[in-house]
Design a protein around this ligand. Structure first.
Ligand SMILES: [Zn+2]
Length: 276
């Protein structure tokens, strides 16, 4: 009787072990499947055009954003600094150009992220301006196909990095070009190591985002960063992630449903994205 009971316990233990093993491997498979789709998707919060009209209300939390990717760019509620996500951490470049890690409960009005995969790599050196870097990246895109999305990392040393961030805005929010006219702050660093995260959107995205390139920077020591206005690459590794999927989350903010998104905002977007 005793022996029989021991065998029963053993059998039960074995059954539990086996079933445990089964359930964990099937959930792992499920995770793999989701990840595969997610990895090839650019996730976007709202439209850049919503942000430029002044909808700085956050709709997705930092915690939620981290479930949609590990690399990307964007901004925070009230345009409280430039967002740069590298290796799964969300950083804020503050209005003085310093960096802090963003809290999980902070919300985001606009961002683009993806799970970063290295599809192509190239060593680059002496690329002396943002225009030259964009030209080099454009040549890559011409070859790889200009109708898909690209997230790019440029890891290396920069002879010069010129970036901006902005002061947090208070309600009622002004259009972005108006806010930046007085509240944009610019910084320059010489001989700095770090990572540029660059997003490429195809031309047909011009009503939902900025077509072409948008670059943010964070230093290797995670002390400095911002939205890149100008740079001079000393030596760096260019890593390109080609992405075919696009997933946009419309914000549940009070302003968004009634914003007038019919107006062409390409001039305003050029003004807020570039240095001129
Ligand atoms: Zn930016």
């Amino acid at each position: 009787m005793k022996k029989k009971a021991a065998i029963c316990v053993l059998a039960l233990a074995l059954a539990m072990l086996t079933s445990c093993g089964d359930s964990s491997s099937s959930s792992e498979n499920k995770k793999d499947e989701t990840t595969k789709t997610d990895r090839e998707t650019i996730y976007q919060v709202s439209l850049l055009q919503g942000l430029t009209l002044g909808d700085y209300n956050g709709s997705v939390s930092v915690k939620e954003l981290k479930q949609k990717g590990d690399t990307g760019i964007g901004t925070f509620e009230g345009v409280n600094g430039e967002l740069i996500m590298v290796d799964g951490t969300v950083y804020r470049a503050k209005s003085d150009g310093s960096i802090e890690t963003a809290p999980d409960d902070e919300t985001i009005p606009f961002a683009n992220v993806t799970f970063f995969d290295s599809d192509e790599k190239q060593d680059i050196s002496d690329v002396s301006s943002i225009a030259d870097l964009k030209k080099l990246l454009d040549e890559k895109v011409e070859k790889l196909g200009k109708n898909q999305f690209y997230m790019v990392r440029v890891d290396g040393t920069f002879k010069k990095m010129h970036a901006r961030s902005e002061l947090k805005q208070e309600k009622p929010y002004k259009p972005l070009a108006e806010a930046l006219a007085t509240d944009q702050r610019e910084f320059s660093w010489d001989n700095i190591e770090g990572t540029v995260v660059a997003l490429y959107c195809p031309q047909y995205m011009k009503d939902l985002n900025a077509a072409g390139w948008h670059l943010h920077f964070v230093s290797k020591d995670k002390k400095y960063g911002g939205h890149v206005l100008e740079l001079d690459v000393d030596k760096a590794e260019l890593i390109i992630d080609s992405t075919q999927g696009f997933n946009m989350q419309l914000p549940d903010t009070e302003m968004f449903p009634t914003l007038d998104l019919t107006k062409d905002q390409s001039d305003d977007i050029k003004k807020v994205e570039t240095k001129d």
